[in-house]
Design a binder for this molecule. Structure first.
Ligand SMILES: [Zn+2]
Ligand SMILES: [Zn+2]
Length: 207
């Protein structure tokens, strides 16, 4: 009979067995459940993938700065404060890169499971305290994505691209314009007219 493997189930280090800590999770042990207790949170966490619209978004891994206050209330934990994120995109008018940042106010109640708030809210309308911790990512993601501009612009008054040559109008001299008929085409237009006259077959009736 072979010897039992010497590795015991409890022998692995706790760190190796635990999944990588979620930087968006906040443990509530310190805050506790006594209504009125408060905790400040100042944390910079990497943005996950997918915070974007078609033309603009938060680059994956970009620093998201959270300055939040957690407040224990009867129904759960009230989170409020502000969030600052860098955004990168493309000008909707001239297609130049856009670099900007958003600073957004947030306020959200995370309800305790079994609280009146949870019982009286639709399932998808309430965020919950899950096992003595809250996950800030879905709340911050919703706030940021809602605030992203549908049509970002490189400057407030970007004039876009010249319809004649496709260059940025803001980079062109003020008197930039295009003749209605380009000189190169004017010559060709003349030849075509002449050709039409010359090539017209002689009227056989006149021979
Ligand atoms: Zn632009
Ligand atoms: Zn032009």
């Amino acid at each position: 009979m072979p010897a039992a493997p010497s590795r015991r189930p409890g022998a692995a280090s706790p760190d190796a067995r635990r999944p990588a800590a979620n930087p968006w999770a906040v443990e509530l042990r310190e805050l506790g459940r006594r209504a009125g207790s408060m905790q400040e949170l100042d944390r910079t966490v990497p943005a996950p993938d997918g915070w974007r619209l078609e033309l603009v978004g938060v680059p994956e891994g970009a620093p998201v700065h959270l300055r939040l206050r957690l407040e224990s209330v009867m129904e759960g934990v009230l989170v409020s404060g502000d969030v600052e994120v860098p955004v990168e995109g493309q000008c909707a008018r001239c297609l130049e890169p856009v670099h900007d940042s958003l600073q957004l106010d947030v306020q959200e109640l995370y309800a305790y499971p079994g609280s009146t708030t949870e019982a009286t809210s639709e399932e998808d309308e309430v965020r919950l305290v899950e096992g003595e911790r809250i996950d800030l990512e879905p709340m911050v993601r919703d706030t940021v994505v809602l605030a992203l501009p549908l049509s970002p612009t490189c400057t407030d008054d970007c004039a876009g691209l010249c319809s004649g040559c496709g260059q940025r109008i803001d980079d062109l001299p003020a008197d930039h314009s295009h003749e209605l008929v380009d000189p190169r085409w004017a010559g060709l237009a003349g030849r075509l007219t002449t050709g039409a006259v010359t090539d017209r077959p002689d009227d056989p009736e006149e021979n």
